[in-house]
Design a protein around this ligand. Structure first.
Ligand code: C5J
Length: 217
């Protein structure tokens, strides 16, 4: 299929759609992300195209894996440096508008209703920005003989980038879906995507989900 910087070749059977951290804490108006002063519409524009791609990918019987960033209620898996970073007015584990911020089991930690996982789709809980660090993601992909990833989710320059870099080092071919990844900062979105496809695709490929939908037909 058409992609930047060059066409992307994949076999859907050995490709997983990896949906990163589409959580209420990041995306919902009134949620943690918005209380930090972020414009959540920059992330919310990814929901509709991703829902359409998920529907087509599921209808074709293909692999979907979701991730969620978050921590155990006692914060034993959260490095003190992550807790303190940026001296925020609200920290991970504090009571936020949608429950304790980024704590597993809380309402805000879960995935937005529009993209809710369906039975059989693994949900990987990750304590870090990268989806491979301290998770079972590598084993899940091995079991399913996955060699390529279509990457969607938020945020482009943080958890999407970290995961794509981790995946690249592990030998996966990554296509990042430009319309299905989002950043609160338009400039980071633009540059984040350029960085992936630069230098002949140093971390992978970039394309819109409509190109994938066309390739599936
Ligand atoms: C993610 C973050 N998911 N920005 N987290 O990107 O802290």
């Amino acid at each position: 299929m058409e992609a930047r910087p060059a066409p992307f070749t994949f076999d859907p059977i050995s490709t997983a759609l990896l949906v990163i951290d589409m959580q209420r804490d990041f995306l919902l108006p009134g949620g943690f992300g918005e209380t930090l002063g972020n414009d959540v519409s920059q992330l919310r524009r990814t929901i509709a195209p991703l829902a359409a791609l998920l529907a087509a990918w599921r209808a074709a019987g293909l692999t979907v894996i979701h991730t969620r960033e978050g921590h155990l209620p006692d914060l034993s898996d959260c490095p003190p440096a992550k807790l303190a970073r940026g001296a925020p007015s609200m920290r991970i584990g504090d009571e936020g508008p949608l429950g304790r911020i980024l704590i597993r089991g809380e309402y805000g930690h879960d995935i937005v209703d529009e993209l809710a996982p369906v039975p059989g789709e693994p949900v990987v809980d990750k304590p870090g920005k990268g989806a491979f660090y301290a998770t079972e993601l590598g084993e899940l992909l091995d079991e399913r003989k996955v060699v390529s990833l279509l990457v969607a989710g938020v945020t482009t320059e943080v958890c999407v980038h970290t995961t794509v870099r981790e995946a690249n080092d592990r030998g996966y071919e990554c296509l990042v879906l430009a319309d299905c990844v989002g950043s609160y900062f338009p400039e980071f979105q633009r540059v984040g995507l350029e960085m992936i496809a630069a230098q002949g695709g140093i971390f992978g490929w970039v394309a819109d989900s409509t190109n994938v939908l066309r390739a599936l037909r």
